[in-house]
Write a protein that binds this ligand. Sequence first.
Ligand SMILES: *[C@@H]1O[C@H](CO)[C@@H](O)[C@H](O)[C@H]1NC(C)=O
Ligand SMILES: *[C@@H]1O[C@H](CO)[C@@H](O)[C@H](O)[C@H]1NC(C)=O
Ligand SMILES: *[C@@H]1O[C@H](CO)[C@@H](O)[C@H](O)[C@H]1NC(C)=O
Ligand SMILES: *[C@@H]1O[C@H](CO)[C@@H](O)[C@H](O)[C@H]1NC(C)=O
Ligand SMILES: *[C@@H]1O[C@H](CO)[C@@H](O)[C@H](O)[C@H]1NC(C)=O
Length: 437
Amino acid sequence: MARFPSFYCFVLVSISLLLFRNVSSDSEDGTENDPDCEGRWIHVRRLPSRFNLDLLRNCSEYPVYDDFCPYIANHGLGQKTHNRSRSWYRTDSHMLELFFHRRVLEYPCLTPDPGRADAVFLPYYAGLDALSYLYGPDVNSSADHGLHLFDFLQTDSPEIWDRRSGHDHFLVMARAAWDFSQPIDYDPPVWGTSFLHLPEFFNLTALILESRPWPWQEQAIPYPTSFHPASLARFEQWLARVRRSRRTTLMLFAGGGGTAPGPNVRHCIRAECENSTSLCDIVECSNGICEHDPIRYMRPMLRASFCLQPPGDTPTRRSTFDSILAGCIPVFFEDLSARKQYGWHMPTAEYPDFSVYIPKEEVVSNGLKITEVLLGIPRARVRQMRERLLELIPRIIYRRHRSSAGLVAKKDAFDLAIDGVLQRVKRRLAEGDELSR
Ligand SMILES: *[C@@H]1O[C@H](CO)[C@@H](O)[C@H](O)[C@H]1NC(C)=O
Ligand SMILES: *[C@@H]1O[C@H](CO)[C@@H](O)[C@H](O)[C@H]1NC(C)=O
Ligand SMILES: *[C@@H]1O[C@H](CO)[C@@H](O)[C@H](O)[C@H]1NC(C)=O
Ligand SMILES: *[C@@H]1O[C@H](CO)[C@@H](O)[C@H](O)[C@H]1NC(C)=O
Ligand SMILES: *[C@@H]1O[C@H](CO)[C@@H](O)[C@H](O)[C@H]1NC(C)=O
């Protein structure tokens, strides 16, 4: 990993500060009476920089974790994959907190008046702040994660929170819920902070990369891929390439793990692939080597019909979204990998139309061969599924900030997340009225 001199990080942070300032002053006037904004007003809570930008200054200070300084560039999209690349970045999914903040600042219906807002965005980089509890000096006080934020909300203009008891507040947590949901009194501690277990935060909405299996205050939104086009033309160029790509491999697994024998679906996939090399391709991604290097897996995904998405340490994978972007039909082995997660972005009822489901028990315990299942799907059906999958692409990408009007007209993952939040807040407030009647 390249180590960046700390002054470089400082420059990045200063640049972000400047850009954030400019954007926020631009967008806080001019739209006050826009009828399209009815029911969609968002107020961005002003938080001291210790809750967001200061956290970026520490980007090289977590010894057990990567130095994440390089991924801060371009408001969290990371650096471009190479100098001439226009839409491809070395995006780290944990930086979504930063990028989402940037996109909120260009949302057309921002209001400086919290009393008028339909929802309140907290630009708190919760996952980055969690690093000092997960991997840093605060590892033994992980039940404290978030309390300083709550203190601030209670002491600085407390009426903003109190107006709706926090039911209209939302934030982004760019990790899995598992990293934030350790019961407060676990002794000895196992893993994670207790942010999502604090009653102080039960009312807010947390947009997260992976939610818990039961409905709670979080909602999963897509992992960012590395593709962030800024114009409709670039988006359509990519779509055309995906559509005409020749699919010469039946199935592909891009990932790591599964090398140790045992009753584990990744191991079964590897065994099956080693046996049928003409039908199956493996892109070796152990030790995170693919994470910031989309070229390694995007080309192979363009050549495969199906992309296997087995659960790993947790049920979801960024790779699911990379494969959708490549038009490679995802094969899921459990519902928690996507169907029970991303309901705002990928319609739950339509999974059979764009993905394949093979229960992992069938593979692990009953010896079901994945290749046989996939070979059994008629070609015409595979084409249909791919077409349906292509329709999802605009919904799961995060287009670049300051995109052209043509691309802005299509709803991307950010826009759908905002729509979801507004609907959810409205529903919760209505439920609250119902209860108090
Ligand atoms: C991060 O920065 C803060 C102050 O800005 C400091 O107190 C802390 O020790 C730094 N390092 C880590 C790993 O949190
Ligand atoms: C990319 O651009 C940077 C800065 O302009 C330059 O230092 C670097 O050599 C370039 N890399 C390539 C591969 O052209
Ligand atoms: C956390 O607690 C454990 C067990 O008491 C101790 O060994 C460790 O040094 C503590 N870590 C820090 C960073 O205080
Ligand atoms: C959460 O909402 C409930 C019901 O609206 C309210 O009684 C409670 O005080 C709220 N919690 C916080 C921390 O604001
Ligand atoms: C590998 O192929 C052999 C011979 O066709 C077959 O008996 C065996 O079950 C296959 N193993 C796997 C894991 O597919």
